[in-house]
Design a protein around this ligand. Structure first.
Ligand code: C2E
Ligand code: MG
Ligand code: MG
Ligand code: MG
Length: 289
């Protein structure tokens, strides 16, 4: 990422090893501004969470929701996570932001469980820095305790690239996390380089097939082969499989036929505000009553 490389260069620039053209300088300053704005956002409550339903694909029943962060910038409006998570990660601000997400997600889902009596789970994305943090286990325990959410209702999403470190320490960290009672999902599976033999050694519960493979179903035969193979292998390893980015009925049908367990995507629902999620459950209740 060119912007991040620049950001690093700017930091080193204080030692006088780098010089900038005017244009590069402006971009570096923008990144430093973004860092300050992220600090401000955390302090002044500019973040919110949306929740995207993850459904049991055969029945269409909602099983869990993925918490997705949103930033309402006072002047720039909505800023997408793709435009600030990387910078937050680079500066280390992702650690307090990630902790905020974890806490907020657990509190809101606990509240929803109490309002609806429905045993809803929540999946929260972890960043690389959070995953590496030796305090993560303690943070998870504290968040569960203060929210009152029982651990079986919390899923943590990690990506393949985070697991590419020394395998022994990765396994140890995954085991520490799992000892708290939460489940672990590998997000964006297939977008990185982990081998299946590597996967076999990791104590994880769910595989989330990357959106890239789902997108061109049913036109791309290769993607269909890969998706059905990943589902079959995952099941052999006793993992559940969820497909992300499911946008149409052809994709849904393909996934049902190939025995995918869960699905998430605009075909089922876009990410919802807490209020909309609550309404959604009230409607289900009225239908089944
Ligand atoms: P992700 O974890 O893979 O999340 C799925 C992304 O796909 C979300 O984008 C979601 O809105 C989008 N999406 C859902 N259904 C569909 C669909 O049918 N079609 C298409 N094209 N897209 C769909 P979003 O919310 O913009 O988040 C982007 C990424 O930012 C996430 O990818 C995740 O890596 C990161 N992110 C979001 N929230 C957090 C967070 O709280 N902490 C961390 N560390 N990262 C986060
Ligand atoms: Mg995710
Ligand atoms: Mg994903
Ligand atoms: Mg993604």
């Amino acid at each position: 990422n060119a912007d991040l490389a620049l950001y690093k260069a700017k930091e080193k620039g204080r030692d006088g090893y780098y010089f900038f053209t005017e244009e590069l300088n402006i971009r570096a300053i923008k990144l430093l501004t973004l860092e300050q704005e992220l600090r401000h956002a955390l302090q002044f409550d500019e973040f919110t969470l949306l929740f995207q339903p993850q459904v049991h694909i055969k029945s269409g029943e909602i099983n869990s929701v993925e918490a997705l962060i949103r930033w309402h910038h006072p002047t720039r409006g909505r800023v997408s996570p793709d435009d600030f998570i990387a910078v937050a990660e680079e500066t280390g601000l992702i650690v307090p932001i990630g902790e905020w997400v974890l806490k907020k997600a657990c509190i809101e889902i606990k509240m929803l469980q109490q309002l609806t009596q429905f045993p809803l789970k929540v999946a929260v994305n972890l960043s690389a820095r959070q995953f590496k943090d030796p305090k993560l286990e303690t943070v998870i325990k504290e968040v569960l305790e203060c929210s009152g959410l029982e651990p079986q209702f919390l899923e943590l999403e990690v990506t393949e690239s985070m697991l590419m470190d020394d395998i022994q320490s990765v396994i140890a960290q995954l085991n520490r996390i799992k000892a708290t009672g939460v489940t672990i999902t590998i997000d964006d599976f297939g977008s990185g380089y982990s081998s299946l033999s590597y996967l076999k050694r990791l104590p994880v519960d769910i595989l989330k097939v990357d959106r890239e493979f789902v997108r061109d179903i049913p036109d791309d035969l290769n993607d269909m082969e890969i998706t059905s193979a990943v589902i079959a292998v995952a099941h052999k390893l006793n993992l559940k499989v969820i497909a992300e980015g499911v946008e149409n009925i052809d994709q849904r049908d393909f996934l049902v036929i190939n025995k995918c367990d869960y699905a998430q995507g605009y075909y089922f629902s876009k990410p919802l505000t807490f209020e909309d999620l609550y309404d959604y459950f009230c409607k289900i209740e009225r239908i089944s009553a």
